[in-house]
Design a binder for this molecule. Structure first.
Ligand code: NAI
Length: 212
C-alpha cells in the first residue's frame, strides 16, 4: 500500500538521507528495534522531531514498540527513490571528476556512472575505472542515444553555468554541481540542482575555530 506523503519541508528532506545512513549502520550492526528516544540520541535530534519528520510520510513505528530498524530503513530507501537505478555522467574529468568516477560506493546505491566528458585532448580517449572519457562535443549525441538521469558538473567554475544550460537543453533533470558557483535554473523548470560546496564546510570549521 502506498503511503500518504504530506508536505515535506526542505529541512525534513535534508534529514532523510541522514536517517537512512544511521539506520543502514544499525541494521549492519544487527540492531532490530530502536525507540525514537534512542534514535534521537544517536542522531542528535529530539524524539518529537523524529516523530514529526516521519509523520510527513504517514508515520512509522508503533506506540510502545518503537521502530523496526529494517522496515524503517526499507521505507526510507523507497522515499529516497533508492529502489530505482540512476545513470550518471560526469562533466569535467579532472581531480573531482576522476575521484567521483573512482568511488565505488555510489554504485551500491544504484547510481551508475556511465562515462565522463572533457575538453582536454590529453584526457579524451582515456578511461577511469572502465568509464570512458569522451569529447564534450559528443555530449548532445550521447544524450540523444542514452538515458541519463543525473549529470555531475566538475568543470572550472567559469564553465559550470554554461555546461548546466547545455545539459538542461538536452533533457537532463538532475544536476549535481561541484564547481564553486551556484547553478541557476529558471523557476518554472523541473530540473533539480544540488550544489555541493566542499569549501563551505571547511569555512564553517574555520569560523567555529576562529572564536571571534
Ligand atoms: P580540474 O582542473 O582538475 O578539472 C576540471 C576539468 O574540467 C579539466 O579536466 C578541464 O579540462 C575540464 N573542463 C574545462 N572546461 C570544460 C568544459 N566546458 N566541458 C567539459 N570539461 C571541461 O579541477 P578540479 O580540481 O577537479 O575542480 C573542478 C571543480 O570543482 C572546480 O570548479 C573547483 O572549484 C571545484 N572544487 C574542487 C575541489 C577539489 O578538491 N579539487 C574542492 C572543491 C571544489
Amino acid at each position: 500500500m502506498a503511503r500518504e506523503r504530506n508536505y515535506v519541508s526542505e529541512a525534513v528532506m535534508r534529514r532523510m538521507p541522514k536517517y537512512y545512513r544511521y539506520l543502514t549502520d544499525m541494521e549492519k550492526a544487527g540492531i532490530e528495534r530502536v525507540s525514537s528516544k534512542e534514535l534521537s540520541q544517536r542522531m542528535g535530534l529530539t524524539a518529537s522531531q523524529i516523530r514529526q519528520d516521519f509523520n510527513c510520510f504517514g508515520g512509522f513505528g508503533q506506540q510502545g514498540y518503537g521502530y523496526n530498524v529494517s522496515e524503517l530503513r526499507h521505507e526510507i530507501h523507497k522515499i529516497l527513490g533508492l529502489h530505482k537505478k540512476h545513470s550518471i555522467i560526469i562533466i569535467g574529468a579532472g581531480n573531482i571528476g576522476q575521484a567521483l568516477a573512482n568511488y565505488t560506493g555510489f554504485e551500491k546505491d544504484g547510481f551508475l556512472v556511465k562515462c565522463l566528458f572533457d575538453i582536454n585532448p590529453r584526457l579524451i580517449g582515456m578511461s577511469i575505472r572502465g568509464k570512458p572519457i569522451y569529447d564534450i562535443d559528443e555530449l548532445e549525441d550521447y544524450l540523444k542515444e542514452n538515458q541519463v538521469h543525473i549529470a555531475a558538473i566538475c568543470t572550472p567554475k567559469e564553465k559550470a553555468q554554461e555546461v548546466a544550460e547545455r545539459l538542461i537543453k538536452n533533457g537532463i533533470k538532475g544536476i549535481w554541481n561541484f564547481a564553486a558557483v551556484d547553478i541557476v535554473v529558471p523557476n518554472n523548470n523541473d530540473v533539480i540542482v544540488e550544489n555541493v560546496h566542499l569549501s563551505d564546510s571547511l569555512y564553517t570549521i574555520s569560523f567555529q575555530m576562529s572564536g571571534e
